[in-house]
Design a binder for this molecule. Sequence first.
Ligand code: PGA
Length: 414
Amino acid sequence: MSSIIEEVMARKLFNSRGQETIEVDIITTDGFGSAAAPAGASKGKAEVVSYPAGGVDAAIQKLEELVVPELIGMDAEEQNEIDALLHEIDGTDNFSNIGGNTVFAISVANGEAAATSYDLPLFQHLSGYLTNELPYPLGNVLGGGKHSLGKTTDIQEYLVIPFKASCFAEAAQANIMVHQKIGALLRKADPNFAGGRGDEGAWAANIRNEEALKIVAKACEDVSAELGIECRPCLDVAASSFWNPKERVYVYSMEGKKRDTGEQLEFMLHLIEEYNLAYVEDPFDEDDYESFAELTKKVNNCLICGDDLFVTNRERLAKGIEMCAGNSIIIKTNQVGTLTDAWETTRLAKRAGYVPVMSHRSGETTDTHLAHLAVGFSCPVIKTGVLPGERVAKINELIRIEENLGNRAQMSNI
Ligand code: PGA
């Protein structure tokens, strides 16, 4: 069976930050797919380029002139060939010609068109019918950094993961309860707290870094007791965003404190041990593989995850594996462009025992493909926020996927 591409259309939409983004529709002989690209704010240096000079308008023009004529007549089921063709048309090693987000939208829309031609949901098409595991949702509940305005925590994200939840719907509920409890605790700590939220819907408060973690840990404890599950606090430090390369220090503005690399390592170890953290993302600058390795060696029962460090890139992950830097990797497909690239990085991670975490970006639309990629690639964890709508859209899609799997569905056994 084949699913021949007949039409490819692109349009300009807006993401949750109000920035322009690209959406692509693909119509095949018997299928249809449509995908919109997300956008990062705290991007890794080594990510592909999102758009050519001229932004989304230029990307759409290039898509119409250079890509559409080549795609028409191809078989959407040949995802590898389509993705290889996108590399070839672009001709650069970072998609700076046609844009990584253009490529992302085409690649995902194509995967969906192939899936619908078999009347299959995308997650089943990607996994070859095999999967039955739901990921644990890693939800951003409090934060600051580049995802908010004004005086907030230097650490970008404080998150929760609800281990031992019996099903995905219960896990989602637990994260929402932790988010709500944190709102109440922030209000109690500061009667002037006005309920501000950052780009990913996490509370954004004028609070010091460790105070914030205390509040998250307390909310996790309360919800764990209430539901009889194990909610654990987590961090996305996004340390590159406050690393000063000249002085070689991490600048913690909220505390008026600078930490050199050794002190940063000690601080991370202290937070992991004191608050029983389950996950720490980007605790060091994006080129500091050595410190990632040092921290990984010293912790037990905690995922040390690379986002800006690896940028979903095979070569950067291979270097990390060789150096034992981290034990987990963020998978953001638009950091590398195509589904095939993201899938190969995910497979390499799994072979090396690294936990792949399928992740949203801070600028999102209500596109729900992320839920399908998490299940289709068998990622044990999905990082997709808790609230508001563009985050809930992915969570709700996972609840639908759980229902679709029926009694075969189970939580990942991370
Ligand atoms: P981003 O990061 O701003 O690079 O998309 C989002 C995240 O890691 O949650």
